[in-house]
Write a protein that binds this ligand. Sequence first.
Ligand code: SF4
Ligand code: SF4
Length: 176
Amino acid sequence: MISMIFRQTSPTDEDYFKFYEEIRDQTLKFYSEFAKKYINFMCKKGCSECCESFSILPLEYYYIKQKLPKNSITIQSLSMGNSCLFLKNNECQIYEFRPIMCITQGLPLLVRDESSNSKNIFICKKNENLISDKKIKSYKAFEYDTMIAKLTVYNYLFCISYDIPDERIDIGQLIL
Ligand code: SF4
Ligand code: SF4
């Protein structure tokens, strides 16, 4: 019964989508300012090493789903290992609406470790030379766990509102 509700419901709640867009816009703003500041930023057309299959929250799933142009996307063969299905000729076919996780991939991500009360910065190996060890303590990294916390709360409220299971959805299901 629950899966029937899940398949048949087509949430279009503008408020929740606006909350999602706010988070997405903030992430994109950080991304574009970072890319502008560091000309050696390696997240450029042609690099897709991090484009592996993953899952997204229902709020993000429904948001992207209603944005995707109908019938214009062809997916990789399912035999392409663990690559994301939207990767084609090394390019993302849904780049304009790619999930927030994809936008953050190459950024310096600030993550708090509450057990040791410390902060860590994670960054793709290809970009790690952008931040020198000397500057790392004062470096303004992207507040990754703050973004995830906000997204999780909005997603939870969205799922409750539409009686949708709060379970991550494989990104490939966007084209179903
Ligand atoms: S959605 Fe696009 S950017 Fe994200 S992993 Fe897939 S191909 Fe890469
Ligand atoms: S995060 Fe790393 S692997 Fe992914 S696009 Fe950026 S440089 Fe390439």
